[in-house]
Write a protein that binds this ligand. Structure first.
Ligand code: G6P
Length: 615
């Protein structure tokens, strides 16, 4: 986890680093720090807290001048969040300065060895060990910084994206990566280093994404030189042209990124199927899938791996793939899958779903599946992310940057993309007629407008939120396609309002959760017209007779549930497998408004991070 930013060039580094860190706070925000080099002197500032706390401290404590600098926003792994454990970390001589995103797993044994050699440590971090290991090697073998870093990295086990400089050579930054993301922005006589491209997007559209086990020498007045850490060989890195723009990463008039991203869903879904859903021709075109249709059609089964909200999208996909494409699907938490010695066949297809494309457990599951010969298909949002590069093929959701830690548009666009895949496979297998396919495509094309319509319930949902904001527990129920939506609704509420919430298949209520129901328990029930409607209505009756408070999500024009429920939120009608795209919206808004009313930090909830690059 953690976000890193670096700058070397002709501008003042500090404003670039500060703004960059703010954009990277989704990666962690329990402490932050910056180091700036000015006339061979390094000015440091580190603090527990957010990037805003760092800015306040910098303005009162240090000179913010200099055109080389590095900065860090942290999500603690080794050592509590405090000023000392914050990055940057400095070597014993005071010359080498480092920022690090990742974990050095064998840091304890290295630390012991360094202590035996006389090194001292002020923090509890693995990073301080790494910078001193670099220093030890540099001095012992009289090496330049780049070579010393390379050698040190050959001795460490774990994951890293690092940037290091030597204050005695203020014209150079060394960056390297294994397992954590690192992008290098290339401007005119200036370079940027960051965990993703957002910190430098207004300065340059050209970037190199380092691959695992690569090291870059970034020197003023020179081209970036990339070498393999293993054998020093030169790498011919491609300079990519970035497609995101600055408006996409600002709040655009909304109070929170989460709300902005909820409202972006009509467009985001449209962007997911743009150019892929061709209603007139009656076809779906997904270039990443087209060359691999036989892999899917002949697959023994599809295994979907993901974490968090992406896992919920995987659960929805299980229903869609089995129903439409008749391919058996298993959905696994990536973290469980990779550690339980799973049986993986060469004719299995693994779909990895990940918004960030960087989640460590999902990445490890991919590597495991690849080692067993399975075909891996990545469904990611972040272009150029590690998972997208590690997969044999894949498709992007094109949702645009998602900054709010609680995932919203990533979820609905993942479901959209997975629906397109299922439809393409169904037609390739010949189990869906041309006219059925066309009907589904027409329905899918109408979804953005229907989401827009669903968003009109926002004011009413705000009223409902007022009634329940002080409740201690919530229950969410749904069936079939909407069971995963119930899980997602409960997760959203937990994540940002810290209210305990559970999602359950509606029919399972009788086997446990019903014991929780009394007049103080709000129960959100997804009761859309299609999908076991009558059965869900019976469940609502069971809740009613136990005095539970019912918030029902129903299809427009519903009358039966209206009579039973305390609050009714309508969503437009659509075909059954697409209902999750509409029923999710009110649940996102409900959790958003409750969290705002409780004065919680909606975009950066406590203890969470957007991109979990630790196991
Ligand atoms: C974190 C985020 C969640 C996200 C999950 C998986 O827990 O807070 O919002 O769903 O990671 O992330 P991914 O990027 O792999 O979808």
């Amino acid at each position: 986890m953690c976000g890193i930013v670096g700058y070397i060039g002709h501008r003042q580094a500090y404003p670039i680093i500060l703004k960059g860190l703010q954009r990277l706070e989704y990666r962690g925000y329990d402490s932050a720090g910056v180091a700036l080099i000015n006339e061979n002197e390094v000015n440091f500032c580190k603090t527990k807290g957010k990037v805003a706390d760092l800015a306040a401290k910098v303005s009162s404590k240090i000179s913010d001048k200099g055109n080389l600098g590095i900065g860090h926003t942290r999500w603690a792994t080794h050592g509590v969040p405090n000023d000392t454990n914050s990055h940057p970390h400095v070597s014993n001589s005071g010359n080498l300065v480092i920022i690090h995103n990742g974990i050095i797993e064998n840091y304890e044994s290295i630390k012991k060895e360094l202590i035996n050699r006389g090194y001292t440590f002020s923090s509890d971090t693995d990073t301080e060990v790494l910078v001193n290991l670099i220093e030890e090697i540099k001095i012992r073998e009289n090496l330049k910084l780049g070579r010393a870093v390379r050698q040190a990295l050959r001795e460490v086990v774990g994951a890293y994206a690092i940037a290091v400089f030597d204050k005695t050579r203020p014209d150079e930054i060394i960056a390297a990566k294994l397992g954590s993301p690192l992008a290098i922005g290339i401007g005119e006589d200036e370079f940027f280093i960051a965990s993703d491209a957002s910190p430098f997007i207004e300065y340059t559209k050209n970037a190199i994404y380092l691959e695992d086990e690569e090291l870059a020498i970034i020197k003023r007045g020179h081209e970036v030189k990339v070498r393999k850490i293993k054998d020093d060989s030169l790498v011919n890195s491609t300079i990519q042209e970035l497609k995101i723009n600055i408006d996409q990463i600002e709040k655009g008039g909304y109070d929170h990124f989460m709300l902005k991203e909820i409202y972006e869903q009509p467009n985001a879904i449209l962007d997911t199927f743009r150019g892929r859903l061709l209603v007139n021709e009656g076809i779906v075109k997904l270039s990443g899938l087209e060359n691999h249709l036989d892999k899917f059609i002949n697959a023994r089964r599809i295994i979907i791996v993901a974490c968090g909200t992406s896992w919920h999208a995987g659960l929805v996909a299980e229903y869609i793939f089995e129903d439409l494409a008749r391919i058996p699907v298993e959905v696994e938490y990536a973290s469980e899958f990779r550690y339980r010695n799973p049986i993986i066949y060469e004719d299995d297809v693994l779909i990895a779903i990940s918004q960030s494309g960087e989640t460590a457990d999902t990445l490890a599951a991919i590597k495991l599946a690849k080692s067993k010969g399975a075909f891996v298909f990545g469904v990611c949002n972040v272009v150029g992310s590690t998972i997208s590069r590690e997969s044999h093929s894949g498709a992007y959701t094109h949702a645009g940057p998602e900054i709010g830690v609680a995932s919203t548009k990533a979820f609905t666009t993942q479901i959209t993309l997975l629906s397109l895949m299922a439809l393409r496979l169904a037609s390739a297998k010949g189990i869906i007629s041309k006219s059925q396919l066309r009907e589904h495509l027409i329905e899918l094309e109408l979804i953005p407008e229907k989401v827009k319509k669903g968003l009109q319930s926002d004011a009413y949902i705000q009223e409902v939120s007022k009634v329940y904001k002080d409740t201690a527990n919530f229950l969410y129920l749904g069936r079939g396609y909407n069971f995963p939506v119930a899980l997602e609704g409960a997760l959203k509420l937990k994540e940002i309002s810290y209210i305990h919430a559970e999602g359950y298949p509606a029919a399972e209520m009788k086997h446990g959760p019903i014991a929780l129901i009394d007049e103080n328990m709000p129960i959100v029930v997804i009761a859309t017209k299609k999908g076991h409607y009558e059965k869900v209505v019976s469940n609502i009756q069971e809740i009613k007779s136990r005095k539970g408070k019912i918030i029902a999500i129903v299809t427009e024009g519903d009358t039966s549930v209206k009579e039973l429920a305390d609050h009714v939120i309508e969503v437009p009608e659509t075909t059954e497998f697409l209902t999750p795209l509409l029923t999710t919206i009110p649940l996102q808004l409900l959790s958003y408004h409750i969290a705002v009313m409780l004065d919680k930090n909606v975009d950066q909830p406590r203890n969470l991070a957007k991109s979990v690059t630790v196991e």
